[in-house]
Design a protein around this ligand. Structure first.
Ligand code: TRP
Length: 330
């Protein structure tokens, strides 16, 4: 029995890393067994900030599909598709834009933050499309009448806005066309980057998802440890050590032992890093193999996305008829 319908999306920005996997994708993979799920590679959303250079867009879409499938998202169980392949996303966003007050969009906290952030890199973010980002996101969710939306905490304001847009629509057109979607937060383990800051491509501190064993060792070697520890038998402080933070997530069996040995100066950082790399490579080995395999099969990936778009299309067309009828756009 399905617990409800899920919609979620990720932007194909070519930046998928282990932090994204632990933060979101791992959760989706659990949810796919209990919910009816629509998972979309939201390329139109990517255009809201990368409108000026679209040369990598198609590669990034393929990469993202490979990441999802190799991690275990099942294209039979879920509807996996590219947002722009289902034209109704754009159509519904336009219709919802008619009744969405400008003030609702301007007060979204991430809006001003991101303008300041990207604006300082010299990009003009005062675009119509970027302001409308949350309307497009509302359209994604509403098009499928999703009831649950697994997202990170950073999307709370966007989801609240979706709920307001739903209420306004149902009120204006006097019909309960849409349910109010609920956020499903994951109890995600937050992974720091290898320097201890938030893992983010722009900080250059990520571990790429699908890193080879050699790359993995290389990235772990660069992790910062207790700086006061000079000789390997100096007692260490795991609380300020990034390797330890990772041991807690990826090596639950040995972490207690490692912590004690670190504090007692009985295990050196080099050895600790080696243990971690082996553990992580072991845990990610299947994903890595699958990823390499899928990379050789672009035809198959395209088929999966086409199949997903067809299934999404059926639901989108059906709901669009009802939506337009409610609005008397016939
Ligand atoms: N804004 C989301 C993010 O950056 C991506 C997204 C687009 C999304 N449409 C969505 C998430 C619909 C959930 C539901 O993470």
């Amino acid at each position: 029995m399905s617990k409800g319908r899920i919609f979620s999306g990720m932007q194909p920005s070519g930046r998928f890393h282990l932090g994204n996997y632990m933060g979101a994708l791992e959760n989706w993979i659990k949810l796919q067994n209990d919910y009816e799920c629509f998972f979309s590679i939201v390329d139109l959303h990517a255009l809201t900030s990368s409108y000026d250079d679209t040369s990598k867009l198609q590669d990034n879409i393929m990469e993202m599909a490979i990441d999802w499938l190799s991690a275990g998202l099942d294209p039979e169980k879920n509807v996996i598709f590219v947002q722009s392949h289902v034209k109704e996303h754009a159509e519904l966003a336009l219709l919802l834009g008619m009744s969405t007050p400008l003030s609702w969009l301007e007060r979204v906290p991430t809006y001003k933050d991101k303008i300041a952030n990207l604006g300082s890199q010299g990009k003009d973010m005062y675009t119509y499309g970027f302001l409308g980002y949350p309307v497009l996101m509302a359209a994604d969710i509403m098009l499928y009448k999703a009831t649950c939306v697994p997202v990170g905490e950073d999307q709370t304001a966007h989801l609240e806005l979706t709920r307001e847009i739903v209420r306004r629509f149902n009120y204006l057109y006097k019909k309960d066309v849409f349910p109010e979607p609920e956020a499903v937060y994951s109890k995600a383990k937050v992974l720091p980057g290898i320097d201890g800051r938030k893992m983010s491509k722009s900080y250059g501190n990520t571990i790429p998802f699908g890193a080879s064993p050699e790359e993995m060792m290389e990235r772990i070697r660069m992790m910062t440890t207790d700086p006061a520890r000079i000789k390997k038998d100096d007692p260490g402080n795991p609380d300020i050590c990034i390797v330890y933070a990772f041991q807690k997530v990826f090596n639950t069996e040995e972490v207690v032992d490692i912590e004690a040995k670190c504090r007692a100066g009985e295990i050196g950082c080099v050895q600790c890093k080696k243990i971690l790399a082996e553990k992580m490579n072991y845990m990610l080995a299947d994903i890595h193999t699958k990823r390499e395999e899928l990379k050789q099969k672009p035809g198959y990936i395209k088929e999966v996305l086409e199949f997903g778009a067809q299934r999404a299309q059926v639901e989108a067309s059906k709901n669009m008829v009802e939506i337009k009828e409610a609005m008397n756009v016939l």
